[in-house]
Design a protein around this ligand. Structure first.
Ligand code: BTN
Length: 318
């Protein structure tokens, strides 16, 4: 039946049952059976007498097979686990990593029942509208270098969104992505390591893609790509773009042993720079965000004493 799907996908308009049968050397009855099965899987196939069949939702389908189709990466997403529902893709990816999953293994869910945000927050992950995904990365680096990976994921996601939607995606250091001032993407990176060695890193990326509305309490601060660009965005294509951009940056990071080569692109996207930030922590303070260091930290000038200081991670608000 997937051979029928491929023919329909390639066809611009209608394709007759006769042509499909001839192309695949199967009977008309077999064509009809295949069409029925595809419909059961969620493919919308229009059938018109004397014209044939036409796939009407090729871009909105989102499943393991669709994600595998046309992905142009070497490692990222070359193995995919797709869940209709799971607690959190970060947990699944972690389990898979402990069982030996290879570099670039991708875990995707249609819905998360216990999506995790940073600092113990809940990440709403409803069915059918967003990208909730985690990757298994196995870089041979020290744990201190790993925080840069989360910035790479932020940059890759921002670039992918810009390429797919034409929107301008700003990164709030370290890796929230804001569109027109509202958050559309969150990234939670978890790690398994010893003192001097990383076993694996799990970046979990959440993108509000086609969410049509948010509850009033977060509508002021949260948004989706659909709300910002006014059209439905293909999750399949966006996942592909994220993986492709990430693979390129990740390879550069491993080859050069650092963040320097990517820093300029990150700076261009970073909306925190030049702003006054509130650095939270045990002793919160106000400061001006000056730069991103080659280690991915935020360099700030304190408002109270004018001294420059490096902020490692955690929270700044603008
Ligand atoms: C944040 O607080 O901004 C981070 C949100 C991260 C959400 C993603 S969705 C995929 C992965 N699974 C989770 O439970 N969290 C991350």
């Amino acid at each position: 039946m997937y051979r029928i799907l491929e023919l329909l996908r390639r066809q611009e308009g209608f394709l007759s049952g006769e042509d499909i049968g001839r192309e695949l050397s199967i009977t008309r009855a077999a064509v009809w059976k295949g069409i029925k099965k595809l419909r059961e899987e969620g493919y919308e196939i229009e059938a018109v007498t004397n014209r044939g069949y036409r796939l009407t939702n090729p871009e909105t389908m989102y499943n393991k097979r669709e994600l595998e189709q046309g992905l142009k990466t070497k490692t990222m997403g070359q193995t995919i686990y797709f869940y209709e529902e799971t607690d959190t893709t970060n947990n699944r990816a972690r389990e898979l990593a402990l069982e030996g999953a290879s570099e670039g293994t991708l875990v995707v869910a249609e819905k998360q029942t216990a999506g995790r945000g940073r600092r113990g927050k809940v990440w709403e992950s409803p069915l059918g509208t967003g990208i909730w995904m985690s990757l298994v990365l196995r870089p041979q680096i020290a744990p201190t270098e790993a925080s840069v990976l989360t910035l790479l994921c932020g940059l890759a996601t921002a670039e992918a969104i810009e390429a797919e939607t034409g929107l301008s995606a700003g990164i709030k250091w370290p890796n929230d992505i804001l569109i027109n001032g509202k958050k559309a993407v969150g990234i939670l990176t978890e790690m398994d390591c010893e003192m001097s060695e990383v076993h694996f890193v799990i970046p979990g990326i959440g993108i509000n893609v086609n969410t049509a509305s948010f509850p009033p309490e977060i509508a002021e601060i949260a948004t989706s790509l659909y709300l910002e660009c006014g059209k439905t965005v293909s999750r399949r294509r966006l996942v592909h773009r994220v993986l492709e951009r990430l693979e390129e940056h990740y390879e550069t990071f491993l080859r050069t042993g650092g963040f320097d080569a990517i820093l300029e692109d990150y700076r261009k996207h970073c909306i925190t720079l030049g702003k006054e930030v509130h650095v939270l922590g045990r002793e919160p303070f106000f400061a001006e965000a000056l730069d991103i260091t080659p280690e991915g930290e935020l360099l700030v000038r304190r408002a109270d004493n004018g001294k420059e200081e490096v902020v490692f991670s955690g929270e700044v608000s603008i």
